[in-house]
Ligand binder design. Structure first.
Ligand SMILES: [Fe+2]
Length: 303
């Protein structure tokens, strides 16, 4: 089980439910849309943690900047789709990204490449199965199947800003692919934070605009972004996810901070709002609803 320390000043929106419980209630899409975080109880991804743990964690030896960036934001099929390194003679992979995975991340170890590719293929298949069980009914139009194979330490608290103007719903499944705990801190939901900051930071100026502009302002100017990490004084729950543990949540609604983690699966589906349990709960609409609530409060002279 994950170790969870709940902070009394942050709403307790963390739920733990087993897969049979989730299946019996027809999934957890309604809870995710409300801004809950759901940990799948008594479930562990059964992957070859040792193989993923043996991968090189630093991309420093890769000369090409673009390739380094691609490996940091690697998509699982880029590892397992395509030929594996050949047994004899020269290693010829089909593209520079996979060649760099082999040369640097696998240190030219053919067996390790194979094991890591199989582990990621299995994790990928499981993530798709879990999507069907947990988020049945959703109609996704795009999947970004990211895996993080490099170490993450001390992120600043933030709400995800995808810099995508589109008014879509996001469904995310996360899994710890490492044999050590993955440590997250989570804090207020964006709607609660907006209410707290609204007057002091004149958030009304963002009404009717792309909500990413407001997220960017709060993440960088209020929480300090990556340059002034200590500006963020928000209370937070602390969670240590077990190896193989899986959880779901809307990372634009829930403030989060990866404090420590090695390998992880971070899958994001773009979902058509019409297929939501309640389309009015899509991110853009929730943000706009708080602006509306504040306008009403001001009109009522309640400020
Ligand atoms: Fe994030």
């Amino acid at each position: 089980m994950a170790l969870i320390e709940r902070h009394p000043d942050v709403e307790d929106y963390i739920l733990e439910m087993s897969l049979p419980q989730i299946a019996a209630r027809g999934g957890v899409a309604d809870l995710i849309e409300e801004g809950k975080m759901v940990l799948i109880k008594d479930y562990r991804l059964d992957v070859d943690f040792a193989a993923l743990g043996e991968l090189e964690k630093s991309t420093a030896a890769i000369g090409d900047r673009q390739l380094r960036r691609q490996i940091k934001k690697l998509e699982a099929p880029q590892f397992f789709d395509g030929p594996k390194p050949r047994r004899w003679g020269r290693v010829r992979l089909d593209d520079p990204l996979r060649q760099a995975l082999f040369d640097v991340m696998c240190r030219r170890d053919r067996k390790l490449f194979s094991r890591a590719a199989d582990a990621l293929r299995h994790a990928h298949d499981e993530a798709l199965r879990l999507f069907d069980v947990c988020l049945s009914g959703y109609d996704p139009f795009r999947l970004v199947p990211s895996v993080r194979l490099t170490r993450t330490l001390f992120e600043n608290l933030h709400w995800d800003d995808h810099s995508i103007d589109e008014d879509f719903h996001q469904a995310r499944i996360f899994a710890n692919l490492d044999s050590r705990p993955r440590i997250w801190h989570v804090s207020h939901r964006i709607t609660d934070m907006m209410r707290q900051l609204y007057d002091q930071h004149d958030l009304g100026r963002f009404a009717g605009r792309d909500p990413n502009e407001m997220l960017f302002y709060i993440n960088s100017q209020v929480l300090g972004g990556s340059s002034n990490k200590w500006m963020d004084q928000a209370p937070r729950h602390r969670i240590a996810f077990d190896p193989g543990e899986v959880w779901l949540g809307e990372s634009r609604l829930i403030a989060h901070q990866i404090y420590y983690g090695e390998s992880a699966l971070v899958y994001m589906w773009f979902v058509r709002a019409a297929s939501m349990v309640d389309p009015a709960r899509r991110f853009n609409a929730q943000v706009e609803a708080v602006h509306g609530e504040m306008r009403q409060r001001d009109a009522a002279g309640d400020r």
